[in-house]
Design a protein around this ligand. Structure first.
Ligand code: GLA
Length: 728
């Protein structure tokens, strides 16, 4: 380009830019100490100008914008396309696209024209921005709704695509959230996992190029649907974090794309199979919701916001009652039971303090192993000649309510259902029907299949006194079908219909352990079985990371057998139970196989859980690591008057003496009664300094507990201390 041409072009661009700046306006959302600002130009999708700690009410947003304006650079379109919250390909944008597909004939170049933004009220205190974008050439209209929750500051966003045109639009991808990230968001925290080893937190510098977590399992998947973007110095208690969660129980993609040409981008979307959505004229397609939050108090700030949001705006109503101590039959007896054995289990469970007896797999027609029975949801007539009622009555007489395991979306080839309706499973015509755990997935996209599944569960609940269902989903969705999203939505519809018909029913979501753990399922299920691993060492990690989005009452946490059936690890009852206290506690073993001492410890821990669950399930949760790697968790009551801390040593400590455990979340100016709650860890207790003084509660100042901390014998592996605090 000649110098003259360059100067003329610069002038034109400068004039254009002056005009563009003059026409900009700003919309802000403010709630719970967070401000979010969109910059809206007359044409095109809005930009995300700011998302962070609350800005002053009268902040000069144009100045904020001007200070961040990008300079001109070579090698870009004459009219650069700004990074927006709904970018599309076709007219100069080279970053990730929030919408992709094409109209009949192959035209997929989308160009947003005028953008309109209106405010709507959502609930008594929250406001949402509804952003409408139109491409008049293709006849596409997108509506994005962004709402900042009043109490938690969590952003709820989703988007809908409407085809107002004359031609069908073959949709290839629609992001539920697509957004440029602030420059400080340099690191990615994700939670890869597999069966019985969920929550393997992985923190990495965002690479140039693309980082993506892609899940094609048709379930939320063992890796979950949450990522966090952090500034590099952020930790559990401090630093800036954005946490993004896709509330969707199916295949999905979470990605972060960085280039040297523009800002880093995050995008969350439900995956579509080729040909899955051919949007007819007049039709619409909705993305799942994304729930996201900003924290400048590290990951514990994320926990506080998400827990407040989930407790108030996500969980179904029965969840608010105290979480009963569960007994679950699975790891105690697996498929090996009869009625007398179940009655004995119930008696053992009640004697330990259980309040709910959940009969897991194996109770229904023909089910002796995992090769038969799925689909036939009536009690097996050999095992239960008089049906389930005698067992339910026995359980009730022991003071417990009754729960049952079901896996409604599945069918075994060896079942009456499959013999009657072999075409009801997900399959490709004239192709093999590959199994997984010997089962096939029912096609819940079809109304008659949904009606049948609903009918069977409804009959079960109408004719028995069942308080609780553990709803499992033990395979992945294949062969790839063009109805993946409709199948997920079909399952939601069955959950919803059942909950409408049985409003007091509580449901637990399980999918081979933690493969269905997301905030869309939590609108229907008040508890999640976050892993099949009951090994407390594994659980300590899994529950720590599950608690990034879910409060403790949602996280099913059972005391399992030792040696653990999955890992073979042997752990003391005190350690296993201490880990289960920090969740929704349960028992999953045969009480008859415990020694009297183990029974006594478990009974005491269950009593402790009952005394503390009001605090554990309503307070503010902190997680942190001590200087020498002790994993600590602490729940502080909303009013700060009470707290309960858990200190766990997982691997042997580096030194003979443990480093002090500095507590968090307390008021430095208050005094606290501190009690080492019994039962104490047996070996460590022998090494406790001033053991006699610790036999009764002691008083310390908040300042001392925060800065000097408590030094406890915590260097031996698998040591757990529970510390109770009361403000004086
Ligand atoms: C899955 C669940 C387990 C148990 C079994 C029963 O694996 O995750 O908790 O219910 O199914 O078959």
């Amino acid at each position: 380009m000649t110098v003259l041409l360059k100067t003329r072009l610069a002038k034109i661009l400068d004039q254009r830019s002056k005009k563009a700046w003059a026409m900009l306006r700003y919309e802000r959302l403010d709630n719970a100490g967070v401000t979010l600002v969109l910059a809206i130009a007359p044409q095109g999708a809005p930009r995300l100008l700011y998302w962070g700690a609350a800005l002053a009410p009268g902040a000069d947003l144009a100045a904020w914008d001007a200070l961040q304006a990008q300079s001109w650079r070579e090698a870009q379109p004459d009219v650069p396309v700004p990074a927006s919250i709904f970018p599309v390909h076709g007219f100069g944008w080279m970053g990730p696209a929030a919408l992709s597909g094409c109209a009949q004939g192959g035209d997929g170049a989308v160009d947003w024209g005028a953008c309109s933004v209106r405010r709507i009220r959502v609930g008594p205190q929250s406001e949402a921005l509804v952003i409408t974008l139109r491409d008049s050439r293709l006849g596409l209209r997108v509506e994005l709704e962004w709402c900042l929750d009043a109490r938690s500051g969590v952003l709820a966003s989703h988007c809908a695509l409407h085809n107002d045109g004359a031609l069908p639009f073959a949709l290839a991808g629609l992001a539920a959230l697509s957004m440029p990230l602030p420059d400080w968001a340099e690191e990615i925290l994700a939670f890869p996992g597999h069966w019985a080893r969920e929550g393997q937190a992985q923190r990495l510098a965002a690479p140039i190029g693309q980082w993506a977590q892609i899940n094609r399992s048709g379930r939320t998947g063992f890796s979950g649907a949450t990522i966090a973007l952090l500034e590099s110095r952020a930790g559990e208690e401090s630093g800036r974090v954005l946490a993004l969660h896709l509330a969707w129980s199916g295949s999905h993609r979470l990605s972060v794309e960085s280039s040297l040409e523009g800002p880093r981008f995050a995008q969350l979307e439900a995956l579509l199979e080729p040909g899955e959505i051919d949007l007819a004229p007049g039709a619409s397609h909705h993305s799942p919701s994304v729930y996201a939050c900003f924290s400048d108090a590290g990951l514990n700030g994320v926990r506080a916001r998400f827990h407040a949001f989930v407790r108030r705006a996500v969980l179904p109503p029965p969840a608010n009652s105290p979480r009963r101590v569960h007994f679950n039959s699975w790891e105690g007896v697996y498929f090996d039971f009869d009625l007398p054995k179940l009655k004995a289990l119930a008696e053992g469970a009640a004697a330990l303090g259980a309040e709910r007896f959940v009969l897991d797999d194996g109770w229904f027609s023909g089910r002796r192993n995992d090769r038969a029975g799925l689909g036939d949801w009536q009690a097996d007539s050999e095992r239960f000649p008089e049906g389930l009622d005698p067992l339910i009555a026995h359980v009730a007489a022991l003071g417990m309510d009754f729960g049952l395991w079901v896996e409604p979306e599945m069918v075994n080839l060896d079942s009456a259902l499959y013999r009657a309706h072999p075409d009801w499973c997900v399959h490709a015509p004239r192709a093999a029907r590959p199994g997984m755990r010997n089962q096939l997935w029912l096609d819940l996209a079809r109304a008659e299949v949904r009606d049948h599944v609903f009918g069977q569960l409804d009959a079960l609940l109408r004719t028995h006194d069942i308080a609780y269902l553990k709803w499992d989903c033990n395979r992945t969705l294949f062969p790839a079908v063009s109805a993946g999203q409709a199948i997920v939505r079909g399952a939601y519809a069955v959950f919803d219909a059942l909950r409408t018909r049985h409003p007091t029913l509580e449901i637990e979501a399980c999918a081979s352990g933690g493969a269905r753990f997301d905030l869309e399922i939590l609108k229907r299920a008040s508890r999640v079985w976050v892993s099949d691993a009951t090994d407390a060492q594994e659980r300590a990690r899994i529950q720590r990371w599950a608690s990034l989005i879910a409060p403790l009452e949602v996280i099913g946490a059972h005391v399992g057998p030792s040696p653990n059936p999955i890992t073979g690890r042997q752990l003391s009852m005190q350690f296993r139970a201490a880990v289960a206290v920090f969740g929704h506690m349960g028992i999953e073993l045969d009480p008859e196989k415990l020694t009297p001492a183990e029974q006594e410890t478990l009974r005491a821990m269950i009593a402790l859980y009952k005394a503390q669950r009001g605090l554990l399930h309503a307070g503010r949760l902190h997680h942190w690591l001590s200087d020498d790697g002790v994993q600590a968790a602490m729940v502080v009551a909303e009013d700060g008057a009470q707290a309960l801390a858990l200190a766990l040593r997982l691997e042997a400590g580096p030194a003979a003496q443990s480093a002090p455990l500095r507590l968090v979340g307390l008021d430095a100016g208050s005094d606290y009664t501190v009690e080492l709650l019994a039962p104490w860890p047996e070996q460590a207790a022998k090494r406790l300094a001033q053991a006699d003084q610790w036999r009764a509660p002691r008083v310390f100042s908040g300042a001392a507990l925060l800065s000097a901390g408590i030094t406890l014998p915590l260097s031996a592996p698998h040591t757990a201390w529970l510390i109770g605090l009361q403000r004086v």
